[in-house]
Design a protein around this ligand. Structure first.
Ligand code: GLU
Length: 412
């Protein structure tokens, strides 16, 4: 099963659990809108290149569609559809008034200059401008996109509309409507959910050993957050290098090196390992924070963690999910574990729409409340239905909300 088929399979499992079928089920298994765009960017040497991009809206039953934009050489429509589905369920499990969307541009941002990246970001927003707005669909950062890119995109959309439109995009720089706490939100949200799960499962987070695969926006901040909660980070990896140190990695140093050099290669302590060796390290908690499908049938049986907390979207294949379940390893699914990012995006959009400026403390307190509630509802769904795992429970909490909205709107 590919990523898109797997996402559809997860929906079906949840609908079966809730005995939902008929038109509601049919609608959830389809994508409401999928736009493919091709646009020109003038490169620094004066040549013109054509880029292909997508924006997919899975459903907008609960509110405007919401989800990030990734810049990656391997993005395709099927992947963006799967990611849009995950966003619908992610927003709904947390109780946000949003549907799900995702965007992508086929490009390698590491090979583009800053000005090429700006022109590409602006051209993409022009190309999808008809289907986005603060009331229709609100993009945000995802893999290889960042606050600066969101700033250019918001500015381009505002130019087109001839008015400031801060609420059209979240994850912006603080100076132009960004929210306090957005950069650390995904990692902090995952920490709150992990703490809640550890309480229920009798695992102590203080002193727990943690391995992290992926050291970008989510992974590097998670290292800092989990370390400050008392966990010991023993293995980390970016796409080039892994580091293993049973004494505990100096996270501040690793983050400084990563930020200054773009890789972890010059981290001076511990043992260098291959990035994928992180999966076989002896540890209590494993955080996959890189890309989809990294935990698969080739490595799932080597995982020794008690808990897998999915910081990335779709990191565990279906086959791997089954292997982990057989081994008694608990998986906190992406739509719950990494929902902190979109939750603070929602806070950003609320602040933009109403002219508020919340403090970091206000944002953090609200985030904790939303994440704890989402975990509690998922836990209760698992207990009440006696379903197999937290993934199906989280999808079911979300499906219930989306289907209710579809019914109340007279769609199904
Ligand atoms: N790209 C992030 C995600 O996958 C954030 C989306 C958002 O903030 O809208 O959840």
């Amino acid at each position: 099963m590919n990523f898109h088929e797997t996402a559809l399979y997860q929906i079906k499992r949840a609908l079966d659990l809730l005995n939902i079928n008929g038109s509601a089920s049919k609608m959830l298994l389809e994508t409401k809108r999928a736009l493919e765009v091709n646009f020109t960017v003038t490169m620094d040497d004066g040549t013109k290149e054509i880029f292909k991009g997508y924006r997919v809206q899975h459903t907008d039953a609960l509110g405007p569609a919401k989800g990030g934009i990734r810049f990656h050489p391997k993005v395709d429509l099927d992947e963006v559809k799967a990611l849009a589905i995950l966003m619908s369920f992610k927003c709904a499990v947390v109780g946000l008034p949003y549907g799900g969307a995702k965007g992508g541009v086929i490009c390698n941002p590491k090979e583009l200059s800053e000005s090429e990246l700006e022109r590409l970001s602006r051209a993409y927003i022009q190309a999808i401008s008809q289907i986005i707005s603060p009331e229709k669909d609100i993009p945000a950062p995802d893999v290889y996109t960042n606050p600066q890119i969101m700033g250019w995109m918001m500015d381009e959309f505002s130019n087109l509309k001839q008015q400031n439109s801060f609420g059209v995009i979240t994850g912006k720089p603080l100076s132009i409507g960004g929210s306090e706490g957005r950069i650390s939100a995904t990692a902090r949200g995952s920490l709150f959910v992990t703490k809640a799960a550890c309480n229920k499962l009798g695992i102590s987070l203080s002193g727990a050993t943690v391995s992290i695969h992926g050291y970008g926006n989510a992974g590097s901040v998670a290292a800092r957050e989990f370390a400050s909660a008392g966990a010991k980070i023993i293995a980390i990896a970016d796409s080039k290098t892994g580091i293993f140190d049973p004494q505990g990695i100096d996270v501040d140093l690793a983050n400084k090196i990563k930020q200054e050099t773009g890789t972890l290669q010059s981290y001076p302590y511990g043992e260098k390992i291959a990035p994928n060796d992180v999966f076989s390290c002896e540890c209590d908690i494993l955080l996959p924070a890189s890309m989809e499908g990294v935990i698969n049938s080739d490595n799932a049986d080597q995982i020794k963690a008690k808990l897998v907390v999915e910081l990335a979207n779709g990191p565990t294949t279906l086959e791997a999910d089954e292997i982990l379940a057989e081994k008694g390893i608990i998986v906190l699914p992406d739509i719950l574990a990494n929902a902190g990012g979109v939750t603070v995006s929602y806070f950003e959009w609320v602040q933009n729409n109403l002219g508020y400026c919340w403090t970091a403390e206000e944002v953090d307190e609200k985030l904790q409340r939303f994440m704890n509630k989402a975990f509690k509802e998922t836990y209760e769904m698992k207990e009440i239905t006696k379903c197999a795992d937290y993934r199906v429970a989280a999808f079911a909490v979300a499906a219930k909300r989306i289907v209710q909205a579809m019914k109340d709107r007279g769609w199904v």
